[in-house]
Design a protein around this ligand. Sequence first.
Ligand code: HPA
Length: 270
Amino acid sequence: MSASDAAALLEARRADHYRTAIVLGSGLGALADIVDDAVRVPFQDIPGFPVSGVSSHAGAVVLGRLANLPVVLLAGRAHYYEHGDARVMATPIAALAALGCTHLILTNAAGSLRPDMPPGSLMTITDHINYSGLNPLIGQTGDDRFVDMSAAYDAGLRQRIARQAERLEIPLQEGVYMWFSGPSFETPAEIRMARTLGADAVGMSTVPECILARHQGLTVAAVSSITNFGAGMTGGTLSHHETKTVAQSGAAAFMALITGLCGDLADDPA
Ligand code: HPA
């Protein structure tokens, strides 16, 4: 079954003029609960969609409206570390494009590398470092696999997010996100390396989805919810439990920011 079949299956459940899709990261799934007129389709009902095993990732497509904008939410994503397959999100992202989506907002939980960006912060991603060495386009044929990544995270969408943050008085940082494969967290030495290489945050997702989305011609923005300082920065230890609980405690500001962005896109389509 192809991505266009998956799109047709979703459209049959709830048709609308979808242009905006949002991927919800760890602890950020509550956004799916405030979608108006929502229809939820579990990943396992959609051929080609992965079934995620991470406890905080629900694994469903939620179709509906946020701030009157038609939206497609991927409530839960699959990660490279679950399947050992960097292409694990290829069908869902191709299905979003087949549904008519032109914009993809990626979200994640991430570790901070900056002392001035503590847990609880929100950060828009300006650029990424693909430290994993993996690429979801390996094995693709044709010249369009050579995707330009010079402006992978759209400046216009970033500006819109910054404007909403200002309007809502939500502090917002900007920075470079570095992808580690996971699932083990980084070592303190790796965190020192990441800081030296110019990263502001580290995480285990987002980069393959950004590459797949750019390959599909989608405009991408990404927001990280900072849940901890990188390993070795505080003397404490790291856990997925902390990732989930800190992301959940910052979810209200995150939800307000993304809903504000949706309202802005509804009033003035990008
Ligand atoms: N490292 C990698 N991924 C993460 C982290 C981290 O410190 N925090 C949340 N996701």
